[in-house]
Design a protein around this ligand. Structure first.
Ligand code: NAP
Ligand code: GDP
Length: 316
């Protein structure tokens, strides 16, 4: 069997760790995985990034590296989210083409779909209107990955594709209280509420709905996409629609995992962001009808356990 060299950008982050955990149960002898972080190169820097391609000679690339943040971080830094991500994606995909990488898989997100849309969202709707104003910088940069994938395929025959995960959480997330995504921020807040005997504060009304995928499940699915998924068109990687859950219910699962019995307060001066972004996983189910997702409850318990054990060193 020919050796496959898979270079994963951005693998020091949450999703990269999800792949590494998933690989522990699904290794193949002909696959060599290279896990990179920004310490290996700033992917905005073409020359430094080219040296990585020359050093590792990847046959396959999983491009996860990105500037990533929760709703409030996006609202404040739309320009940075646009420029940093656009620069990295252009450099990485162009080098994939130049270095004749056989397959590249990049990550988009369900939060980049048009704001005004019919539900459930599917893969064909990505460019059907402007994204939500709160994260339009991130959204347009991510949408351009899809455009890149098609033009590199049309003109050069490249096999580049992308995944569209729903909200992700798990170990190694960014648990920063203001920058982080909701799940990580709520886990950190619940930790502090329990430790300091303070109220547990959920921002916004708690009414918006989200689908959550555990980072280890996402890792398993990314490995499958890399090995098997044949299309250029993106594939939504999300739990079933009936597993969508409100922010309030997530908050309750989080405090239950901590055994916290204090007061829950809503700070309604904070934005609710998008009300929902319900995504269809029909395409995923067509390919993998029997894939079993970890329940949100179990995934929260495992992440809370990880956060407690790694509190000193966790990103926060
Ligand atoms: P994360 O934990 O913040 O990790 C980001 C990764 O990108 C880190 O490894 C970081 O390296 C690297 N990186 C950032 N800027 C870089 C630069 N200029 N040069 C090189 N590397 C750089 O993010 P994540 O949550 O794992 O997200 C991974 C992918 O999944 C992203 O493409 C994101 O858009 C996508 N995604 C995430 C979610 C979610 O809910 N989190 C949902 C849908 C899609 P260092 O550690 O060295 O800084
Ligand atoms: P989104 O899913 O892309 O909108 O991003 P987030 O993961 O940041 O989720 C934002 C939603 O969670 C909004 O409805 C917020 O009002 C709500 N939320 C509740 N508490 C928090 C918190 O502490 N941090 C964040 N980022 N969002 C919170």
């Amino acid at each position: 069997m020919a050796e496959i060299v898979i270079m994963v950008t951005g693998s020091s982050g949450m999703v990269g760790h999800g792949i590494q955990l998933a690989l522990e149960e699904d290794k193949k002898p002909n696959e060599k995985w290279i896990f990179l972080s920004s310490k290996d190169a700033d992917l905005r820097d073409r020359e430094a990034t080219k040296l990585l391609f020359e050093k590792y000679k990847p046959t396959h690339v999983v491009h996860l590296a990105a500037k990533v943040g929760g709703l409030f971080n996006n609202m404040e830094y739309n320009c940075d989210f646009y420029t940093v991500n656009n620069q990295m994606n252009s450099v990485v995909l162009d080098l994939c083409k130049e270095c004749k990488v056989q397959k590249a898989v990049s990550s988009l997100s369900t939060c980049i779909f048009p704001d005004k849309i019919t539900y459930p969202i599917d893969e064909t709707m990505l460019h059907n209107g402007p994204p939500h104003f709160s994260n339009y910088g991130y959204s347009y940069a991510k949408r351009m990955i899809d455009v890149n994938n098609y033009v590199y395929n049309d003109q050069y025959g490249c096999q580049f594709t992308s995944i569209i995960p729903c909200n992700v959480f798990g170990p190694h997330d960014n648990f920063n209280l203001t920058e982080g995504h909701m799940m990580a921020a709520l886990i950190h807040k619940a930790y502090l509420a329990e430790r300091d005997d303070q109220p547990f504060v959920i921002w916004g009304t708690g009414k918006p709905l989200r689908q959550f995928i555990y980072s280890v499940d996402l890792g398993r699915l990314i490995i499958w996409v890399l090995r098997e998924y044949p299309e250029i068109e993106p594939i939504i990687l999300a739990v079933d629609e009936e597993d969508e859950i409100s922010i309030r219910d997530v908050g309750e699962l989080v405090i239950k995992a901590f055994g916290y019995k204090g007061e829950i307060v809503h700070d309604i001066s904070k934005s609710d962001g998008q009300f929902k972004k319900t995504a269809s996983n029909a395409k995923l189910r067509k390919y993998l009808p029997d894939f079993k997702f970890t329940s949100t409850k179990q995934a929260i318990e495992e992440t809370v356990d990880w956060f407690r054990k790694n509190y000193e060193t966790a990103r926060k």
